[in-house]
Design a protein around this ligand. Sequence first.
Ligand SMILES: Nc1ncnc2c1ncn2[C@@H]1O[C@H](COP(=O)(O)OP(=O)(O)O)[C@@H](O)[C@H]1O
Ligand SMILES: [Mg+2]
Length: 421
Amino acid sequence: MRVLVIGGGGREHAIVDACARKGHEVLCTPGNPGIAALARLLPSPQDADSLAELAVQEGVDVVIVGPEAYLAAGVVDACMGRGVPAFGPTRAASRLEGDKAWSKAFMTRHGIPTAQHRAFTGLAEALAHAATCPLPTVIKDAGLRAGKGVTIAHTHAEAEAALHDIFTQSGASVVVEDFMTGQEVTVLALTDGERYALTPPSQDHKTIFEGDIGPMTGGMGVICPFPLPADALAVIQSDIIERTLAGMRAEGLPYTGVLYAGLMLTPTGPKVVEFNARFGDPEAEAVLPLLESDLAQHALDAARGQLDPVSVRFRAGASAVIILAAPGYPAEPQKGIPITLPPTGAGEIIYHAGTALQEGKLVSSGGRVLAVTATADTLNAALGRAYALADRVAFAGAQLRRDIGARIGAFPEKQTESDPV
Ligand SMILES: Nc1ncnc2c1ncn2[C@@H]1O[C@H](COP(=O)(O)OP(=O)(O)O)[C@@H](O)[C@H]1O
Ligand SMILES: [Mg+2]
């Protein structure tokens, strides 16, 4: 079939790769230099109606939407309105990600486990409440802030500063919630609104520095599968995924696409940190290389309300993603740094997240620049191969974390010359 993928980061590179390796013809807008090797890039205005028109003109069989902003802008509604199947939630259903205050209230209405919270639309009340919260406390801008709207406040002064910041920058509304402890894990559900299939669980590493310290980033590395205990998985399915899909149906907002559950495995069970309305980035770069079945077919089936969960199959084995970020990231990433990529072997792929071509040469153009991925039979072997591959990339000043997987005791297995590539 002919598939149109919308977006241009590492996640979209992984989506395009998953479709292309099944022999589909892939179009992508706006795409990036890595995606250009696998798909026909289409220059296009990026508003919902233009994108839907593009899908019609190109006669595509299914549209797969990567980034959240397009969902919030109503791309899926615009496609569906023109009779083009699109994989992703409608604008109204994407509120599950786009409005954290609404999302928390939804979880409360449907008994979905999450941190206790209060939502505020006025600075004065929010400040008064935060002053009484036990520390640390978590302050969240309710709107889409590209991973930059959350502060874990260790002092009341920090909480106050975060609140002032949110109300001067975006002003809309804020969520103040209890701090949860435990391992963080991502579970993705591919769904047609009713039926669903889970991907293997994965774990991102969100801070810039090793040891989980420093500023939050979009994600610095992923391991997959995360070893989720069976009892936790059962709770996640019944109390989180199924209650969410049923709740969305009950509220007249049937949810189609990828339901991303960001979870904390707390001492009292799994709880929702947040929902996202699409594949995670960089989780997609870890999960999709393990997908054995046909993503484009699942997307089409789900968009038509006919997902066959049994047909969604992942290979045994593991994957690891190491993010190479630009110097200065996350505050001020340096752009225009030349990059030379090494050759890759089977089970190795370097996804482009923030690259551009300058006079025919590959350069950095964003914060997270490359997602270096390897798959192998074991997680330790996947980590070893991913780090070895990352070390062969020529990219001056690149930042990477050497402790991806360390939280669960995984470590990069030494690569030797004689290892098969
Ligand atoms: N209640 C909480 N307790 C502990 N850590 C949290 C809590 N809420 C968020 N975090 C941390 O902050 C990160 C970002 O928060 P999240 O709600 O996912 O917002 P976003 O991804 O939109 O920035 C999470 O991945 C998690 O590491
Ligand atoms: Mg998040």
